[in-house]
Design a protein. Structure first.
Length: 74
């Protein structure tokens, strides 16, 4: 991921979301395909219903792609 010290708070509509796992996307927190060739893959999350999500921006979460509050100890 990147060096943010807080999550990305997103209001998501239902559907399949792909969040960046490699840290190279220019459209974080979403995947833009920049991981191709790195051996890494995006986090694929099916959002069942409209809701707000907190996506980890610090890279320390143990529940990626979601924020688990680990950024609070940075
Ligand atoms: S932003 Fe990474 S754990 Fe919250």
């Amino acid at each position: 991921m990147d060096m943010r010290t807080e999550p990305y708070i997103l209001h998501e509509e239902p559907g399949l979301k792909k969040y960046c796992a490699c840290g190279l996307s220019k459209n974080k927190p979403y995947c833009d395909g920049s991981h191709h060739g790195t051996g890494m893959h995006s986090y694929k999350v099916e959002i069942e219903e409209e809701r707000t999500v907190a996506i980890c921006g610090c890279g320390q979460s143990k529940s990626k792609p979601f924020c688990d509050g680990s950024h609070l100890s940075l």
